[in-house]
Structures are given as C-alpha cells and as structure tokens.
Design a protein around this ligand. Sequence first.
Ligand code: FES
Ligand SMILES: [Zn+2]
Length: 162
Amino acid sequence: MAGGLVCPADYSADVFLDDNFQRILTPPKCLRQTHLCPGQDMAKFEHHIFVCINQRPPENPRGCCDPEGLGELQLLFKQELAARGLKISVRANRSGCLDQCEHGPTVVVYPEGVWYGGVRAEDVKEIIESHIVNGVPVARLALAEECVNTPSCAHKSPRKPE
Ligand code: FES
Ligand SMILES: [Zn+2]
C-alpha cells in the first residue's frame, strides 16, 4: 500500500502504525483522506477537480482559460492537495476546454458538479478548504445556473453555425 499508513482503528484515530505494525506514527491530524483503512482495498477518489488549461491564440473571441499555456492553476491545486495530505482521495486533473471559456479560468468539481469561473491562483486554497474539506462550495466563484451549458448565458459569444 502506498504511503505505509494504516489506520488501526477508525477514521478518528490519532495513532498510526506502519506497514509492519512496528512503529507508531503520529501524523498531525488523522483525516480520512490521508490513509487507507481496514476494509478498503483501494482508496476511492472522493472528488475530481478538473482545471481547464486550454490555450487559444489571443485573437480568438472566446478567449481561453490559460493564455500563457503554463498550466499553473492545475499545478497549484495539485500542490495544495498534496500539502494537506489529500491527494489519495482528491484528484486535480488538467482538462481541455470545458466550453465555459467566457467564464474562465474554469474549474469544475465532481461528483457535486459545481462549476467555478474566474478562478485565480489566490482562490485555490479557499476552494480546497471550503469546498473539498468542509463541503461548502465557494459561492462567490460558482457559475450561475443559467451560465452553464445553456443558450441563455449572456456572456457567451454567438456561435457560428457549423
Ligand atoms: S478554454 Fe477553458 S472552458 Fe474553454
Ligand atoms: Zn454566463
């Protein structure tokens, strides 16, 4: 098992044993997300965070989420998850265009299906703390219902017929 941490009792335990049950480890905080527990053969991802890193030329009227093509936002999510010991249960994936370009940079969190727009580097910690850890989506960044995949979104450029 990756990581070598086995929860000997339950999710609230604050004592850990190593793979051979030899050594007592005391991580700063026992979170369900930090280890595999008995009865769990494999960790299941509890959240997927898709971060659009699509790049388009500057003249494109739809704009794009990552004009510099650096993928920085996804890396920040990944780093923050790792720093909090959440990477075993939460995945931050690079994504192509999520078709919400006019609202970008765009991030969507599953399984809740919460869409975020205008996400900046400084928002990453708040999304993880509030949404992922505490289960409260960040309202100020959430896209309105009428913006996501509906023709009624006033922000989208009119599409040319294909
Ligand atoms: S370029 Fe990011 S949603 Fe389209
Ligand atoms: Zn909109």
